[in-house]
Design a protein around this ligand. Sequence first.
Ligand code: GDP
Ligand code: ZN
Length: 466
Amino acid sequence: RSSIVQAETIAAIATAIVPQQGSVGIVRLSGAEAVEIARHLFYAPGSQAWESHRILYGFIRQPKTQQVIDEALLLLMYAPRSFTREDVVEFHCHGGIMAVQQVLQLCLQQGARLAQPGEFSLRAFLNGRLDLTQAESVADLVGAQSPQAAQAAVAGLRGKLAQSLRQLRSDCLDLLAEIEARIDFEDDLPPLDLDWVRSRLDETLKTVRHILATAHQGELLRAGLKVAIIGRPNVGKSSLLNAWSKSDRAIVTDLPGTTRDIVESQLVVGGIPIQVLDTAGIRESSNPVEQMGIQRSRAAVQRADLVLLTVDAAGGWAEEEDLLYELIQPRPHLVVINKIDLVDSDPAARIEPILAQLGPASPVVQLSASQSRGLEALEQTLLKTVEASNLSAANLDLAINQRQAGAIAKAQNALQQVQATIQAGLPLDFWTIDLRAAIQDLGEVTGEAVTESMLDEIFSRFCIGK
Ligand code: GDP
Ligand code: ZN
């Protein structure tokens, strides 16, 4: 049915495995024997046809004993019209653990092999269904923690980044062909148009820089931010975390184990998943250093991408704050002045001059946690501080990950080297060396030039069943 050589049949549970949860669980098979295995296990009563892109209704049975394991639906996708471009069969079983695990066992007994993490996506890549950036987007979509992160992943899945990179690489190949022709057939061709070469290189580098500039946002969307709230006792750290979490309630998921006093909360701010840690639970102590939980705060600060140094508007900035300020250097931070409802004067006017003496101006936000006032300003200042205020739809389309950024940065260096080589008046052979390197680097991003060990590394980060 297709020109693709189907590999050994693999099987995995494709849905999350959670006891007593989920009404449907899916076991997926891909490979040469997928349909054969399904025919041994699935009984479809009546005259249902085993045709591609059909759903059959029936029972999954132990082939020897004929014991019914589950009542299920069977989805058939024959090669090449499937995710892996191989024959794919999905058993849509009852959810939870038992049905899917027993069905998976039966598939393995019938000769399928348990899939490695990401192996379905790897096959989709090897069979030309996806390029490498698209395959990575599959994993990104599964792991997305905000609507914007999901949007970026979907753009990647649809090939926005792949397209740009393929164009870049093909431009470089054109350039290489022109130069090499001059090396091989020097006498038969008109001389190389140097202006043309230069402007092509400039254009290419411009696009490369544009794509590289999205790496920071891509990282924020995928990995999110860790934010630590520190401050001396009673300035309102816990109140701030609570108020902030509540204001975001729509998309907040409480982490298991958090009780009355939340110490950690997962929010989404401007599309960025943010994990906020309260450095609460500081033990009462007569030792002032221990009282401030210096150790705890230090640990939290070290894990954080951004620190909120919280100060009491009425209490103002004192020696304790000097200590904490020192502790957070040189981490990115905001100074949060809390309890502004308690004071008439402008507390920032008193604190900002002190901050100015301590170092480069820290952004200051004033709010009242107990009245849930000023949280919007806190979020805006936070986004500005981490340079994420322009997380626009246009940028979401190309938001690259760190692996991609690494390879594209290498391509950028190589292209700049070509420019320098031309500038230095070196012979054509030298131009092609770096141009080839750039083409190789870009090929690593899309998978057009990729080694087996790179593939292993990329796909091993996927979950099983994807
Ligand atoms: P923490 O020790 O830093 O976690 O401080 P808490 O969040 O436990 O708050 C200490 C006290 O300050 C509590 O009595 C809070 O109700 C109070 N508090 C917190 N935020 C505000 C605020 O914005 N305004 C006022 N007036 N009181 C607040
Ligand atoms: Zn607290």
